[in-house]
Design a protein around this ligand. Structure first.
Ligand SMILES: Nc1ncnc2c1ncn2[C@@H]1O[C@H](COP(=O)(O)OP(=O)(O)OP(=O)(O)O)[C@@H](O)[C@H]1O
Ligand SMILES: [Mg+2]
Length: 225
């Protein structure tokens, strides 16, 4: 396998102080390579979202290192981190994080603009991405008028926007029926295999195991080998 595009070395994360202190993640070392779909499994509260957020340079670890394309990002300030996120990552969050005042189409367009796509291309590309997740007919709806699964698919279209080198997805099939879930997983797998990108998915869904190349398990903040 190629040299990893993303690597964590012994990352730990502690939330809070004193009696309220929670050791959410302890010394987790993970690699993610091009062409690969990595599945991260583990019970609720085991640290999966924490690990994914650290991998995506959204959350800084309390300890340990994160390397993006071989570069240790611990010395980066917030604006450098924002650039790294924009350049390297597409995210699907558990709570979707869609802009409420923008339609599905506009939610995708925002990311395409941020990734430097020309104005002429943005509209057509966003429409194409929404069609790929089966939302062509709902492209002009606002999040409040979309079902949970439609919001989820909008978030996935947005994560795919601009063909990011790395997609990090937290329970991307949680709100989808099994046929739609399979289609979405094929899209994510295609992103890794055909476009030579890297995908990490947090999930309990057995369908994800079918598309993953590698599975890691978290338990109480520790990786089980
Ligand atoms: N901002 C925070 N402040 C304090 N504790 C937190 C915070 N975020 C997460 N935690 C705690 O850290 C631990 C790991 O949380 P995390 O969200 O990473 O779990 P998870 O594996 O993603 O769970 P789930 O499957 O329910 O989404 C949990 O005990 C959680 O309560
Ligand atoms: Mg979580």
């Amino acid at each position: 396998m190629d040299k990893p595009i993303l690597e964590t070395r012994a990352v730990s994360k502690t939330y809070g102080e004193g009696a309220g202190k929670v050791a959410a993640l302890e010394s987790a070392s993970v690699t993610l390579a091009q062409d690969e779909v990595l599945l991260i499994m583990g019970p609720s509260g085991s640290g999966k979202t924490t690990l994914l957020s650290i991998m995506g340079c959204i959350l800084r670890p309390t300890d340990g290192e994160v390397l993006v394309h071989g570069r240790d990002i611990s010395a980066c300030d917030e604006s450098e981190l924002a650039n790294i996120r924009r350049r390297y990552f597409g995210f699907v969050f558990q709570a979707f994080n869609l802009f409420r005042s923008l339609t599905a189409q506009e939610n995708v367009e925002v990311v395409l603009r941020m990734k430097g796509r020309s104005t002429q291309k943005v509209h057509a590309e966003a429409a194409d991405l929404l069609a790929r997740v089966g939302l062509a007919r709902r492209a002009h709806a606002y999040p409040r008028d979309l079902s949970g699964g439609e919001k989820q698919r909008t978030a996935i279209a947005r994560a795919l926007a601009g063909d990011p080198p790395i997609i990090l997805a937290d329970e991307p099939t949680a709100n989808l029926d099994s046929k739609t879930g399979r289609d979405i997983l094929q899209l994510l797998r295609g992103h890794a295999q055909e476009l030579h990108k890297a995908v990490a998915i947090v999930s309990h869904d057995p369908k994800v195991e079918e598309v993953a190349h590698r599975v890691i398990h978290l338990e109480d903040g520790r990786l089980r080998s």
